[in-house]
Write a protein that binds this ligand. Structure first.
Ligand SMILES: [Zn+2]
Length: 135
C-alpha cells in the first residue's frame, strides 16, 4: 500500500485528535487540497441532536470560505484500519468542487492509503452544477 507525505499524516492525526465525536466515538479527519497545493483541514463535529458536521463537510467549508473552488485531492482518515469512506452527503459535497482528475484517498490511521477513488468511482453519474440552468 502506498503512503502519503509524513507531514500530511501528522496533520490528519492532529485533526483527528481535535474531532468532537462524543456520541459516535468515531473521529474522522479530512484534508481538502486545491490545485495550487493549499490544504484545508476538517474534523467531524457532533451535536446532541445528532445532526453534526462530517469532517469532509467541515474541510470543504473552510476551503470555500477561503475562496477556493476546486479540489485536486481529498484525504479522509478514520479512527482505525477500516475503510472510512465519505458518506453520501459528503460525496455530493465533494462532487460540487471536484473535476474528473480529483483523487479521493482513504487512509488508515497509520497513514496507509487503503483506497483511491475518482469522482466517477465515488459517485457515478452524479448530479452536479452543470445539470442546472446556467445564468
Ligand atoms: Zn459525511
Amino acid at each position: 500500500m502506498s503512503q502519503v507525505a509524513p507531514a500530511l499524516v501528522e496533520t490528519l492525526l492532529k485533526t483527528l485528535g481535535n474531532a468532537y465525536a462524543p456520541y459516535s466515538h468515531h473521529p474522522v479527519a479530512s484534508v481538502m487540497e486545491t490545485p495550487d497545493g493549499q490544504q484545508f483541514v476538517g474534523a467531524n463535529v457532533e451535536v446532541a441532536h445528532y445532526k453534526g458536521l462530517c469532517a469532509e463537510a467541515s474541510a470543504i467549508s473552510a476551503m470555500a470560505t477561503a475562496g477556493q473552488r476546486e479540489l485536486a485531492k481529498v484525504y479522509v482518515m478514520g479512527p482505525g484500519e477500516h475503510l472510512c469512506t465519505p458518506c453520501g452527503d459528503c460525496r455530493q459535497r465533494i462532487r460540487e468542487f471536484a473535476t474528473p482528475d480529483t483523487q479521493i484517498l482513504v487512509l488508515s490511521r497509520e497513514g496507509e492509503v487503503l483506497k483511491t477513488y475518482t469522482m466517477e468511482t465515488l459517485l457515478p453519474d452524479a448530479f452536479g452544477p452543470e445539470q442546472l440552468p446556467q445564468r
